[in-house]
Design a protein around this ligand. Structure first.
Ligand code: HEC
Length: 147
């Protein structure tokens, strides 16, 4: 390959890699933002600051469950090696032990699956189902997200 062609190919390749990492940042932040928007509905209900609404609660839990399943299925694409730099709060600890990070994603998905299938019809049942979900968010952020 001529030097120019090689340089151009190398430039195109590094552009592709950087582009994939940037897409991953956008995609995972979108995923997290959807979680955040559901939590803004479910959190106040769990704390008794908003009235219990079975339809809203079950819709929110179903959304969280689909979201958490997607995070498990797409964990490699959403968190590619080296995507701890740039506009991200992801900590290098994610890639120091990626299996542990995968397990933390799995833990959330287990909690959301249990909560969604519990289909809570009153506040007490909802609080019991919601506790492990919120705890999974918090413990992962504590370990893997820059404050
Ligand atoms: C397996 C680990 C893990 C779990 C579980 C998790 N998060 Fe996150 N979350 C992260 C990481 C890491 C970031 C930083 C992402 C980045 O900046 O690239 C983040 C970022 C966020 C953000 C900020 C998004 C933005 O940039 O605007 C919100 C909101 C959020 N998470 C909400 C939640 C909620 C709510 C839950 C639980 C339902 C949850 N997360 C569960 C790891 C996790």
């Amino acid at each position: 390959m001529k030097p120019f062609a090689f340089a151009a190919a190398a430039a195109a390749l590094s552009f592709t890699v950087a582009g994939a990492a940037a897409d991953a940042l956008d995609d995972r932040k979108e995923l997290m933002k959807e979680r955040g928007s559901v939590m803004r509905i479910l959190g106040p209900i769990a704390q008794g600051k908003a009235p219990f609404d079975a339809a809203a609660v079950n819709e929110g839990l179903a959304t969280l469950d689909a979201n958490a399943r997607r995070a498990v299925a797409e964990v490699d694409a959403l968190w590619p090696q080296g995507s701890d730099s740039g506009d991200t709060k992801a900590l290098p600890a994610i890639w120091a032990d990626f299996d542990a990070f995968k397990a933390a994603n799995g833990k959330l998905a287990e909690a959301t699956a249990a909560a969604a299938s519990a289909a809570p019809q009153d506040l007490a049942a909802f609080q019991a189902a919601f506790g492990p979900v919120a705890a999974s968010c918090g413990s992962c952020h504590e370990t893997y997200r820059r404050p």
